[in-house]
Design a protein around this ligand. Structure first.
Ligand code: PGA
Length: 248
């Protein structure tokens, strides 16, 4: 059995006060032996989140990471900087980054590589749009997004990584993939990794993301290849987020 992982992605929401109160409320609902729960907060709240979560079961992550180690890259934040704030995770290739900010497969692979180099655990987000699904391109899109990273960093890097399958049509739309639809793609992803390394595939945590809510989490997380979730909107409510965590 793989350990489960539930990660909140706050996106560009909240305020300093909201970030603090969310961290505190989540921590209040956890007991000392809980593991596998994290929040990816906006960069500017990382220092607060790091201080509040120190010594608690709640881990912290960033929502992106630079594709370079350091230098003249205005507006970017390096993996080494994130490490200074006790970041454990960094999302890479979230579909909003890919579609609104032009993060290409090549840049996502470089971000992934930077995260690994600094000992962060990248959470590689992959998934198809509605149009791609309707044109039966789901698996070829997954192949392209995965292969871009594997070709750059090698399969061994996935020992220290997490994958999040997030069908773009399910993100923030209230439309969740059915348990079976999600499982089908998760199984495909695991098999593709297994073609390169069976042991890594067996241990790799593959999260589902896209309109996960307290009432649909249990069914999704019960699927054999779904090891937890990446939660957007529903992670902004501590009680709901904790319910989702308890479902995993
Ligand atoms: P959602 O977002 O849960 O609001 O659909 C998921 C995500 O974008 O990671």
């Amino acid at each position: 059995m793989r350990p489960t992982l539930v990660v909140g992605n706050w996106k560009m929401n909240g305020s300093k006060a909201v970030a603090e109160s969310l961290c505190k409320s989540i921590i209040a609902g956890l007991s000392a032996d809980d593991t596998g729960i994290a929040v990816c907060v906006p960069y500017v709240y990382l220092a607060d989140a790091a201080a509040l979560t120190q010594g608690t079961p709640l881990a912290v992550g960033a929502q992106n990471v630079a594709d370079q180690a350091s230098g003249a890259y205005t507006g970017e934040v390096s993996a080494a900087m994130l490490k200074e704030f006790n970041c454990e995770f960094a999302l890479v290739g979230h579909s909003e980054r890919r579609s609104y900010y032009g993060d290409s497969n090549a840049s996502v692979a470089a971000r992934f590589e930077q995260a690994i180099a600094q000992g962060l655990t990248p959470i590689l987000c992959i998934g198809e749009t509605l149009e791609q699904r309707e044109q039966d391109q789901t698996f070829s899109v997954i192949d392209e997004q995965l292969d871009a990273v594997i070709d750059k960093v090698g399969i061994e890097a996935f020992k220290q990584a997490v994958i999040a399958y997030e069908p773009v049509w399910a993100i923030g739309t209230g439309k969740t993939a059915s348990d079976e639809q999600a499982q089908e793609v998760h199984k495909y992803i695991r098999e593709r990794i297994a073609q390169k390394n069976l042991e890594i595939a067996g241990r790799l945590q593959i999260l589902y993301g896209g309109s996960v809510k307290p009432d649909n989490a249990k069914g999704l997380f019960a699927m054999p290849d779904i090891d937890g979730g990446l939660i957007g909107g529903a992670s902004l409510d501590a009680e709901g987020f904790l319910k989702i965590y308890r479902a995993a």
